[in-house]
Design a protein around this ligand. Structure first.
Ligand code: AQP
Length: 331
């Protein structure tokens, strides 16, 4: 096994659609808080993004945009490796090996994200979309990862990575560490603004369902004012009975760093409209600050960061792949 003094973290975001506060609060924010304590590898997982319909010109731009968002969000390229998944060929090669020797159709048939994305009886979706969790397992396992910080929609995929690692270790040799998922207590599932029963998602049809990190602040404020709330008038956290208000309280609490209990006190006896107005201000302030940082980052500088990241990530991934190839008997 690769010897690290610090524990290793691996995570990523696919360059599909427009990143939203859910991606930021569920994933990127927790990465940033872990950078000093852990050895961090953050990937722009572009081979995941081609599993659904996409435009190559847009994808090329999105890869840079996502890396810029990591940096503007606080990931420090001097501390963490930031790289583009397709720059390290070991990911797809190892994915094939896992497909062949460890993953089972029965594993993939359980994946709820595939069922949601493919829709009922839809046979026109790509094989890649079905196999996405195995590529994600390859991403994680190649780096001898200890911890995978993700939002809770990705928990099932991290569990699959654990199962595949255990199966490989059992069937061949103890090569892999068993990675642990890390899910935030608060913010692990930011819900959609127009339907708080569903998670906020890049691919949801209505842009009013999410606050995008690159939204103009005036539009974001409008989205908050239009967000679905619940019957009743009390600003109180109760995710079952008041999913809309609870979601808005969570976003407010995480962006303004104020405890939900304190927000409940502050807004006791105050109407939803007033609460939303204040939250809209908080969101606008967050976006203005975020975008100021984002706009200062130069695209060519990001391309260099990704290239330098690939140079560091590739040898780690290759070393694991060579071990795997020897173990399974092709080398
Ligand atoms: N609503 C969310 N709340 C908290 N965390 C979230 N994440 C996604 N949505 C929420 C976390 O963001 C990271 C990157 O996600 P991804 O790009 O790999 O794709 P995803 O999980 O499928 O996210 P989306 O936004 O719903 O994208 P689409 O619509 O393209 O599928 C992950 O850590 C994820 O858990």
């Amino acid at each position: 096994m690769i010897q690290n003094t610090k524990k290793r973290i691996f995570s990523g975001v696919q360059p599909s659609g427009n990143l939203h506060v859910g991606n930021f609060l569920g994933a990127i924010k927790q990465w940033v808080g872990m950078q000093d304590e852990y050895d961090c590898i953050f990937s722009v997982v572009d081979y995941h993004a081609i599993t659904v319909k996409y435009d190559p010109k847009v994808l090329r731009k999105k890869i840079i945009e996502i890396a810029k968002i990591y940096i503007a969000g606080g990931v420090n390229p001097e501390k963490a490796i930031i790289f583009q998944q397709s720059d390290a060929r070991a990911h797809t090669e190892f994915c094939w090996i896992l497909n062949a020797v460890s993953a089972r159709i029965s594993d993939l048939n359980k994946m709820t994200q595939f069922k949601d994305k493919a829709g009922k009886g839809n046979v026109n979706v790509s094989v890649g979309l079905y196999d996405y969790p195995v590529l994600m397992a390859a991403d994680i396992l190649l780096y001898d990862t200890d911890i995978v910080p993700v939002g809770d929609d990705q928990l099932q995929h991290v569990e699959l990575a654990r199962d595949l690692a255990k199966r490989f270790n059992h069937d061949y040799e103890e090569i892999f560490k068993i990675p642990e998922p890390k899910i935030m207590k608060q913010g692990a599932r930011i819900m959609s603004l127009d339907n708080p029963e569903k998670k906020m998602s890049k691919s949801a049809e209505s842009e009013f369902s999410r606050i995008e990190l690159l939204d103009e602040s005036a539009l974001a404020m409008k989205k908050i004012m239009k967000a679905t709330t619940d019957t009743g008038a009390e600003v109180k956290f109760n995710s079952k009975e008041k999913p809309g208000i609870s979601n808005l309280l969570t976003i407010y609490s995480l962006l303004a760093n104020i405890d939900i209990k304190d927000l409940e006190k502050k807004y006791s006896g105050i109407m939803y409209g007033e609460f939303k107005k204040d939250l809209a201000e908080v969101v606008a302030e967050f976006l203005n600050d975020f975008q100021k940082k984002y706009n200062k980052i130069d695209d060519s500088q990001v391309a260099e960061i990704l290239a330098a990241g690939a140079k560091k990530a590739e040898p780690i991934a290759e070393e694991t792949l060579v071990k795997v190839k020897i173990t399974i008997g092709v080398k």
